[in-house]
Design a protein around this ligand. Structure first.
Ligand SMILES: [Zn+2]
Length: 131
């Protein structure tokens, strides 16, 4: 029996995925990416509430990652802002929330925290609207 020669598969072109630096906006190959979680009370995770209050930043190198860390380190971390972000997540994803109790169950917040978060949100919205 004659052995069949294996046909050589054409070499597939390697796809180079690109990343975008959160500081300078440069694009670069994903193999060169550096990332770090930074504190940010406006950030909640859609997939894992363990990461609520943290933002994953992407940089083109360690120098820009350090600058991003410094920017977020100086940004005020406000508990009410984090609660407001959790409430927004609950109100914009999944089944509709029909009561404060239900909102508490979905966010893990108590009613006084929900009220403080809503007050913070309203104050923040008003201050942004005023020039
Ligand atoms: Zn950069």
């Amino acid at each position: 029996m004659r052995k069949r020669k294996r046909r050589r598969q054409p070499e597939k072109a390697r796809v180079i995925r690109l990343e975008l630096c959160d500081l300078c906006g440069a694009t670069f190959p994903e193999d060169d990416v550096v990332r770090r979680h930074v504190p940010d009370s406006s950030s909640v995770s859609r997939h894992n509430d363990w990461f609520d209050g943290l933002r994953l930043v992407t940089a083109c190198g360690p120098d820009h990652l350090d600058v991003l860390w410094e920017i977020y380190r100086r940004r005020p971390y406000t508990q009410e802002e984090l609660w407001a972000a959790k409430i927004t997540r609950a109100l914009t994803h999944g089944p509709p929330v029909l009561s404060v109790e239900e909102l508490g169950c979905r966010t893990g917040l108590h009613e006084p925290e929900i009220r403080r978060a809503i007050a913070w949100h309203n104050r923040h919205r008003e201050s942004r609207a005023t020039p």
